[in-house]
Design a protein. Structure first.
Lengths: 110, 268
């Protein structure tokens, strides 16, 4: 294509923009508070319900497989159920921790 | 390989269901789950494998082609003042770029192409599934779970490569007493393993539930006769909801990919 080389003012503008972005980003990066605003909130709500169930499925699934192939008949699925429930509650707890606009890294704590 | 057998079984079941509905309506109302049947279009059998080109594969091809058109055509002659198509492409780019920047951080920006591809693919697949007589590939659990497992394995590999043995600290919260380890570690492992499950099931369940409901209400339209306008009204509202859900589920899948990437890059 016959791209004419960008004139000087444009490059100046581009540099200015880059610098402005760099300056703005450190302020932006920790502020993850907007995860609960607008349409994002709905997505967030839909997200939480399945977290609980998924952990339960995995826990019971592992227990069932252990019962089947290692022969720990009733105990695998029982233990798996309780561990899965706990993991599900932890999942939901962690997901909710990110809400409420906690400070930088509020959701990072395990 | 299992798809064809499954499809055949589904069709048989669908026909049996039709026969039970009643003689009058059998020909008019199609079963609501019929839309999810994977049908082979070009049968290809290599060895014992069924590699047929199915309607799902066709829709995936269309999705990828559309994304290519959207992204390549306007950027071929990119202008400083963007055309309509170019500004759509730029909007999508900026949206995902901001998401990666805010949720993964600057050092995670090298994974932007992956996140962007996932977002565009799911978004287009969801929306194309809304067109009547098309096919919803994100309503197939094989597709969504495949995507989720792909993300999960990739994120785990990134974490192990970046942190090595230290990656295992993800499974033991810092500061917890050591004697709690036998309880905490299995819980953390289950919590970690539940990620691809929740990721895959969420997208699949949302897409499939919405489309099934619409098909059920559309079926009511025929059976209700004179009062058929009521289900139509509901379906109009449902369609609006489905549009929200389509965009939202693509967003949720992408943002969770970002959060998992952040976990793998920064650990806790």
């Amino acid at each position: 294509m016959s791209d004419s080389e960008p004139p000087d003012p444009l490059r100046q503008l581009s540099d200015d923009l880059d610098q402005a972005r760099l300056r703005a980003d450190p302020a932006n990066a920790p502020g993850r508070g907007d995860i609960t605003t607008g349409g994002n909130a709905l997505g967030f709500g839909l997200r939480i319900g399945i977290e609980l169930v998924a952990a339960l499925i995995v826990g019971v699934g592992i227990g069932w497989l252990a019962d089947r192939y290692i022969g720990t008949r009733p105990w695998g699925i029982l233990l798996g159920f309780f561990l899965g429930s706990a993991a599900g509650i932890i999942n939901v707890f962690r997901a909710v921790q990110n809400m409420g606009g906690g400070g930088p890294g509020a959701g990072r704590r395990g | 390989m299992a798809d064809q057998g499954l499809a055949g079984a589904d069709e048989a079941r669908a026909r049996a269901g039709d026969a039970r509905v009643g003689k009058k309506l059998a020909a008019e109302v199609s079963p609501p789950l019929e839309q999810f049947v994977v049908k082979p279009l070009v049968p290809i059998h290599i060895g014992g494998l069924d590699l047929s080109y199915t309607n799902a594969a066709l829709l995936m091809t269309i999705v990828v082609a559309l994304i290519m058109v959207l992204l390549l055509v306007p950027t071929r002659r990119a202008a400083l003042v963007p055309t309509r198509l170019q500004s759509v492409a730029e909007l999508a780019y900026e949206f995902v770029a901001n998401m990666v920047r805010e949720n993964v951080g600057h050092d995670g920006f090298e994974y932007f192409p992956l996140v962007f591809s996932i977002f565009m693919f799911i978004l287009f697949a969801n929306f194309i599934g809304l067109i009547p007589y098309s096919f919803t590939i994100t309503g197939q659990i094989a597709v969504t779970f495949g995507l989720a497992i792909f993300v999960f394995v990739l994120v785990t590999i990134i974490g192990v490569v970046r942190h090595g043995f230290h990656f295992l600290h993800l499974f033991f919260p810092p500061g917890a007493p050591v004697f709690m380890a036998p309880v905490l570690v299995p819980i953390e492992i289950i919590s970690y393993l539940s990620r691809p499950v929740s990721l895959g099931i969420r997208l699949f369940a949302n897409m499939m539930a919405g489309h099934t409901m619409m098909a059920v209400f559309a079926g009511f339209t025929i059976t209700l006769g004179l009062f058929g306008f009521l289900p139509i009204a509901i379906n109009v509202a449902m369609f609006a909801l489905e549009i929200i859900v389509c965009a939202l589920q693509a967003y949720v899948f992408t943002i969770l990919t970002c959060l998992y990437l952040r976990d793998a890059i920064h650990l806790h």
